[in-house]
Design a protein around this ligand. Structure first.
Ligand code: NAP
Ligand code: MN
Length: 264
């Protein structure tokens, strides 16, 4: 079994990475940052997003582990104080995993070229100045003409991030679905959008056809240079993300811990 460590640059993360590396070596566990079986992210939820995108081409056979250097997060189940227990779990690994849905975004260019991007949290299409105007299709049907700052399309595990700030619902990750939320839509007697978040099941597509090219396309922490994009298509990805399930943390417990109270 080969392990990669992906850490952020916070001093405490660097220190834990050092301890973790030593502990792995002591237990004869091979460290391989190029073709790992397990990727341990050391930092916050944002660090795990970075690790996911770094290894996105290998996610079919990688399992992730999140070691948090601050408080426990959504993708981060381990604290530095549990380092020995984590190494022990790695030594006794028996391929246990839990898998969650991902978002597949297809970007279509005027030339007809298409590119796929996978997101663990969400994709967001935003216009920083002026009004973003875009037609939103659900499948083949024109659903609404959107006017406003933008939209976000989130995975279930991403539903507690940007999506939640947009008034989206928190979705249990056992549901293979994506959720579109509006960012400051214009709604009056002339302009009309649904105004509430939409949850779309696996197999259905949300299609956005922007009327201009002044917007930004973001997915997780990455962005795409926008030029001559004619269409953005969103659906539940065929691939999933896998986590090494050494300990089970109930999803609603995570939500409670993050937003209601730290005390269990
Ligand atoms: P960041 O500014 O550190 O992220 C904002 C906060 O979101 C951090 O507290 C981060 O936790 C947390 N977070 C990340 N993924 C989460 C999840 N799935 N559920 C609950 N909280 C989550 O930037 P970042 O760390 O690079 O994270 C990028 C993410 O920030 C994007 O994917 C987007 O979801 C989110 N974002 C939110 C807003 C908003 O709420 N208005 C705007 C832009 C982006 P950590 O501190 O553990 O990293
Ligand atoms: Mn962060």
């Amino acid at each position: 079994m080969k392990i990669a460590i992906f850490n952020n640059n916070v001093i405490s993360s660097q220190a834990i990475t050092k301890d973790l590396t030593l502990a792995l070596q002591k237990n004869n566990i091979e460290i391989d940052n190029d073709e790992p079986d397990i990727v341990i992210s050391v930092g916050g939820d944002g660090t795990l997003l970075g690790a996911f995108q770094h290894y996105v081409d290998q996610i079919d056979h990688i399992r992730f582990v999140g070691l948090h250097t601050g408080h426990l997060g959504f993708y981060t189940d381990w604290l530095a104080s549990g380092l020995n227990e984590l190494v022990n779990s790695l030594v006794h690994d028996n391929s246990q995993k839990v898998s969650y849905p991902l978002l597949d975004m297809t970007v279509v260019y005027e030339s007809g070229e298409q590119y796929h991007f996978l997101a663990l949290n969400e994709a967001a299409i935003k216009q920083p100045t002026g009004t973003l105007v875009a037609d939103i299709y659900l499948g083949d049907q024109l659903f609404e003409r959107f006017r406003g700052d933008g939209i976000a399309v989130a995975t279930p595990t991403g539903s507690t991030a940007y999506n939640k700030a947009n008034g989206g619902a928190v979705l249990h990750p056992s549901l293979p679905a994506i959720q579109m939320s509006e960012i400051a839509s214009i709604n009056n007697r002339v302009f009309r959008t649904l105004g509430s978040p939409l949850v779309v099941p696996q197999g259905q597509e949300i299609v956005m056809k922007p009327k201009s090219n002044h917007f930004l396309v973001m997915y997780d922490q990455c962005d795409i240079k926008v030029k001559n994009i004619t269409e953005l298509r969103f659906r539940v990805a065929d691939q999933q993300v896998h986590f090494a399930a050494y300990r089970h943390v109930n999803f609603w417990q995570r939500v409670h811990r993050a937003f209601i109270s730290d005390v269990e």
